[in-house]
Structures are given as structure tokens and as C-alpha cells.
Design a protein around this ligand. Sequence first.
Ligand SMILES: [Zn+2]
Length: 299
Amino acid sequence: MAPSRSTERRLRVNHTDRERANHCPVCSKDRVQDDALCKCGYSFTDKVVTDWGGTRALVEAMPREAWPMRCRIIRGVLQNSGTSGTQTAKHLGHNKMYVSRANQLANALDRFPELATCPNEDSARRKLRTLEANNGVFPSTSGAFESEEDLQKYLQEHWSKTELGKEWVLQRKGHVRAAEIGIMDLLAKHQSRPVWLVVELKVLKTSDEVLGQILRYMGWVKRCCAGKDESVEGLVIASCADIQTLYGLECLPNVRMMRYRRLPDSLELCETSLIEFLIAGLSPDQRKELIARSSSMKA
Ligand SMILES: [Zn+2]
């Protein structure tokens, strides 16, 4: 009999646990026989770093050009130190700022593996800024409106010509005052389905604050405008998306995001998702694998 789905998952978890037991989470080296302590200072018994002298010696012995490995080890130490970031930095003989910046670079290396070719951390940080700004999927803010007011006016005047206008009808001209909780940018209703749409505009880049904002307007519309059988959806429109907001949206099925681009005589709107953002940071092979995995998940 084939293993059931849950057995399969359990087997997989056990396998991962075993792998973890034989693999150091700090330096990624294999465990030597049954040694309780890894050379990097991590204790397989206590599951935290215990030999800080060993850890510090390892980090200090790394040549300058081995910065990607150093950053990853520092991240491993932070995740397995069993103590605060400040204490960890002290043990490593660095300041907290350096340790947190190394941790950030380790995360950036996961998204942009090509950073590893930079000669040192400073040049990697410069390259990271360019990569983030010029990321093909998330164009820079050129072609953005001057203010939210301008974007709002434009959308309102040209609503019927946008993609949204084919399905949604604007409910009011101008901002919509939602009692004591603030002012909504736009409110629309679906032409045929019993659905309301709250639209929140960001002229440049989003920050995840936009999620709290749109949820409270959606709640207000649900409570004060929608009928018993009507539902409420949210749409964030911005020139550029940030990864924090995109991760948040993964768990908000009723809220989506679109990026806008101003063309000479129209406004282009396109749907944006986390997967698109993640794909942009991958090598061509990793990209193929991720696409294959996500389409088999959907199937
Ligand atoms: Zn180790």
C-alpha cells in the first residue's frame, strides 16, 4: 500500500530531523562521527553555540574575500546562539550593527546569488542596492506620478479606459470618508458579482503598513456599506512593491496588488505577486525549478 499523505509528510520530517542532527546549522559542515561539539563552537547536544572561543577563532581566521561564507556563518551563529543579538555580537568581538548587517547580507545572498562575486562586503552592499532598484520585475520609480492626489485623479478620470473599468464601477467621485478611521482612495463595486473593492494607492513604493490600512477600510465597507450577501476585496496600486508587503499578501486571499506604469497616453496596470519577486532573484536553473514546483502545487 502506498503511504498516505500524512505518513509521507512524517517520513519526510524524520528524514530532515536526521539530516539536521548530522549537519551543523552554523557552519553547514557534516558532523564528525559522534562529536558533541563542532569545530565552529556549536554543540550538537545543547543545540546552541557553547564554545564561543572556537566560533570567534573561526570567524576571525576567514580571509576578507571569504565574506559570503563569513556572513552565512554569522547568520548561523545568530540563529543558534541561544542569546540576544547584542550578546552574540559581544561574543564575536564585533558590534551589533556589523553582525546585523552581515545577517542581512547573508539573506541577500539567498535572493541574489550573483552578489558572491563581489570582492568585499561594501561592494556587495552597493551592488545589492542597484539590483534591488533595477530588478527587471520591479521597475524603478521612473514614470510614477508626483503625488497620490495626481494618481487618484488620473484613475478617476480615466477609470473606464483602465483594465479595472471593464469590471468595476466607481462608487463615488473623490476620496471616500470612512467615518473615524480615515479616508479611502477609491471605492468600487463589481458590475455583476456582489463584491465591493477598496483601492489603496501608493504613488511610489509600498510598505507593509498599507496592509493594515486597507484591511481597516475593507472592514468598514463590510460593516457600513455591504449587504448581507456581499463580500469585500482589496487592491493596492503602487509603482513599486516591497517584499514585506508581498509576504503579507500571501496570507490575505482577498487583497491583491497591481503595479502601475504611466505611459505617454495611458496607464498600464499589472498584477504583482511574491512568486514574481522571488523568481527575479534566481538563476535561470533555480527559476525553472521554482516554476515547475509552483505549477505542480497548483495542480
Ligand atoms: Zn559547525
